[in-house]
Design a protein around this ligand. Structure first.
Ligand SMILES: *Cc1c(COP(=O)(O)O)cnc(C)c1O
Length: 361
């Protein structure tokens, strides 16, 4: 009789066998600055309100497949005009997958820039879609000519641009993005995961471009544990995508809790404002030690000699950040730190100082 691994190795698609699983490191008792989470819980009165909402939730029933009042709150938040709709996902990762599934005709191309959010490429692989990654310039700005040339050559059905970009933290030029949308024969999705930390959005442009959708998530705004993302755009696009959405992709509890939190969106935005202020200070402190890149998000990318050793030494000091060294060639010796509480940021800087001293030789 054959072994399990013989079955697995003959039956699973070879491109899946070749993947390594997305690695989430253990972090018990660590200062966790690796995943762009908001370091703050919601304030106590709001926590009580959430507790009451959860206590009353009908978890014996399937979730509402079309939670209108939650969608209406999101519409109001974005000031979406008539004809525009909202599609909810179990985090925006699920929505990237849904878009790829919907647009993956035989030979279709998914295009993005590099380095950027790794899930664009991974999900292209998951669904068997051809992926094209156009390198950014060395300062991580868009290489407009190269991107337009790649669009011309590959005619991508789907383009993803993260605005601000992850893991580099910068906002691309709005004018460049407009040219890319205009030159694209396919759908362009602007991924605004970090909208709360930046000062621009493509939501108003939805009314201008027929091939534009905007994707957001509440993960980086203090609700990473809820898993809730959405796409905003023309109902003509979203009606098609709705057909592919699994009927109960967003659970009863995330729906109810998100709706409650959106009633207090100002509280969350206030936390984001604090994080932006703390980002400024962290940037100054970091730039006296290493080469830091400007950021419009809730994290900072920096470059340091012997990055992997520095990363490991920080971990020894109880501080977990993200090691990007060894991934994309443009990220050689790069590390990424999420802005935490002022106390966490201080401990990170102190640990980094200590680590730089011992990795100097
Ligand atoms: C974090 C992140 C996401 C994924 O967010 P989830 O809603 O938690 O799945 C999407 N895009 C970018 C650019 C991100 O950094």
């Amino acid at each position: 009789m054959s072994s399990v691994s013989a079955f697995v190795n003959t039956l699973i698609r070879p491109e899946i066998l070749a993947l390594s699983a997305y690695h989430v490191p253990a972090c018990a008792d660590m200062i966790k600055l690796d995943a762009m989470e908001n370091p703050y819980l919601v304030p106590p009165p709001l926590r009580d309100e959430i507790a009451a909402v959860v206590a009353d939730a009908h978890i014996n029933r399937y979730p509402d497949p079309d939670p209108r009042s939650l969608k209406q709150k999101i519409r109001e938040l974005l000031a979406l005009p008539e004809g525009m709709a909202v599609l909810l996902g179990n985090g925006s990762d699920e929505l990237i997958q849904l878009l790829a599934l919907a647009l993956n005709k035989p030979g279709a191309v998914l295009l993005s820039v590099e380095p950027s959010f790794v899930m664009y490429k991974m999900i292209a692989t998951f669904v068997g879609m051809r992926y094209v990654g156009v390198p950014l310039r060395t300062d991580f700005s868009l290489d407009l000519q190269a991107t337009l040339a790649a669009i011309h050559m590959n005619q991508p059905a789907l383009v993803f641009l993260a605005y601000p970009n992850n893991p580099t933290g910068n906002l691309f030029s709005r004018e460049d993005i407009c040219q890319i949308i205009e030159a694209s024969p396919g759908l362009v999705v602007i991924d605004e995961a970090y909208y709360a930390f930046a000062n621009d959005s493509f939501v108003p442009d939805l009314a201008i471009y027929p091939n534009l959708l905007v994707m957001r998530t509440f993960s980086k705004l203090g609700m990473a544990g809820l898993r809730l993302g959405f796409i905003a755009g023309s109902a003509l696009w979203l009606d098609q995508l709705e057909k592919l959405r699994l009927p109960y992709n967003v659970g009863v509890l995330p729906q109810r809790v998100a709706e409650t939190l959106l009633d207090h969106h100002a509280v969350l935005l206030e936390q984001a404002e604090h994080i932006k202020q703390d980002r400024k200070l962290l940037y100054q402190q970091l730039s006296s030690l290493v080469e830091v890149y400007p950021s419009e998000a809730n994290f900072l990318l920096f470059r340091v000699a012997h990055a992997s050793e520095v990363f490991a030494a920080l971990k020894q000091h109880g501080v977990l950040i993200k090691n990007l060294n060894g991934g994309h060639p443009m990220l050689t010796d790069c590390l990424r730190v999420t802005v935490g509480t002022p106390d966490e940021n201080e401990q990170f800087i102190a640990a980094l100082r200590a680590c730089l001293q011992c990795t100097v030789e």
